[in-house]
Design a protein around this ligand. Structure first.
Ligand SMILES: [Zn+2]
Length: 406
């Protein structure tokens, strides 16, 4: 049976299909607001992006290099490179189609790799970004441990799959569904990250809850003020959606997000990065190849073999190489299982002691088989969940829209 990681990869490869033509629909709003062929939902994506960039630019002084794990089409990385032109960017994704696209669009140095086995040596990048990934992966704790390992200074994680209370999380986990595509397997609460990193992490919300019925205005000025209104929030609460988690690997002091560059960020977001940045292809030079770990034997022994391949000097495994893109994935990616998650938690607790058993229990809960669909309990949970989400989003939306129109 194919595991979750392999299923996710196949689904993403289909989404970021290799063909480059007029029919291509971008997942991320890379051409700007309501331009080009992109999936809908721009307003919420812009809110999340704006707050992510606010946090990222707060640590700008520390960032000489950045790795974006789960980059998709390279949208966030492209915005970051516009705001921080001297930052060296590398992007990776489980989908080779996605990284080919990121390289094609933005010329990023890119590799197809698994977030649970990041193919770089320790402390390779000043900042490691991982946006909207940990809710989907089969090994969330292994992923977090890997992000921390390859980061030198900061890790920035975002996840929209977050709820305010542990009990509500249980409801979400009991009623999650795998509809044959990337689904929210892991739901988080803020306490999980405090358990792992204590005062070394700061948690910010993504945006105010938004009723799904809100239509996206055609007028770009109205969209701009809507995004400002929905994203102007600094504290995670019942009224907010998602989390942006900034983790300092060593330094204890975390700088607060700054809002001074907001106009520039907003212009960039509404315009989209594609029309404003023309970059040369960044190939893997020897300095970067030296940072690579062989994903199979975990040795630092990869060398450039020929224009289309790199080779591991220890296990002799060969990997594909094309311009700025390396394909460092096996033909079938295997999941690692619960024991691996528990050992990843052990390695995290060396960084910061968590309460005994809390994270272990969470790993069990994420792993648990979903509740049978045809039971009374299942429908009861779904009803509870749906009612709660609907009630909160309506209240907040009405409040926000009233404030906006005033
Ligand atoms: Zn090897």
């Amino acid at each position: 049976m194919t595991g979750l990681t392999e299923k996710n990869r196949r689904w993403l490869n289909k989404r970021y299909i290799d063909a480059w033509g007029p029919d291509y629909v971008a997942h991320q709003p890379i051409w700007g607001y309501h331009r080009g062929h992109t999936e809908r939902g721009h307003i919420t994506r812009f809110c999340r992006t704006l707050n992510l960039l606010r946090v990222l630019t707060a640590i700008e002084g520390y960032i000489g290099s950045l790795l974006d794990v789960g980059c998709g089409e390279g949208y966030i990385a492209a915005l970051a490179s516009e705001l921080m032109p001297s930052c060296q960017l590398t992007v990776s994704d489980i989908s080779s189609s996605a990284v080919y696209k990121a390289n094609d669009l933005f010329g990023f140095r890119a590799c197809a790799s698994n977030s649970m086995d990041i193919p770089f040596v320790d402390d390779s990048f000043d900042v490691v970004l991982c946006s909207e990934v940990i809710e989907h992966v089969a090994g969330p704790f292994r992923t977090i441990a890997e992000l921390i390992r390859v980061a030198r200074k900061f890790v920035l994680i975002t996840t929209e799959a977050s709820v305010p209370w542990p009990l509500f999380r249980q409801v979400c986990l009991k009623t999650r569904e795998a509809p044959g595509e990337l689904y929210d397997r892991n739901t988080w609460i803020a306490e999980d990250f405090s358990m792992m990193f204590g005062s070394r992490c700061c948690i910010y919300p993504q945006f105010y809850k938004l009723a799904t019925s809100i239509s996206e205005p055609e007028d770009i000025q109205r969209a701009r003020s809507l995004v400002y209104g929905m994203s102007d929030v600094r504290k995670v609460s019942l009224k907010t959606t998602g989390m942006i988690i900034l983790i300092a690997k060593r330094e204890d002091a975390l700088p607060p997000p700054q809002f001074s560059k907001d106009e520039k960020m907003m212009d960039l977001i509404l315009e989209g990065p594609v029309n404003t940045c023309i970059k040369k292809s960044e190939d893997w030079d020897s300095e970067w190849v030296e940072k690579l770990l062989c994903p199979k034997c975990r040795n630092k022994s990869i060398t450039i073999f020929n224009p289309n391949e790199v080779i591991c000097g220890v296990c002799l495994n060969r990997y594909g190489r094309h311009n700025g893109v390396l394909d460092l994935l096996p033909s079938i990616v295997q999941d690692r299982g619960l024991d691996d998650e528990l050992s990843a938690i052990r390695s995290l607790e060396l960084i910061r002691g968590g309460k005994d058993g809390y994270l272990d229990n969470l790993a069990y809960a994420f792993e648990e088989r979903d509740i049978k669909k045809n039971t009374f309990l299942y429908y009861f949970y779904r009803l509870l969940r749906g009612f709660f989400s609907f009630a909160v989003s309506i209240i907040i939306s009405v409040q926000r829209l009233q404030a906006h129109d005033r």
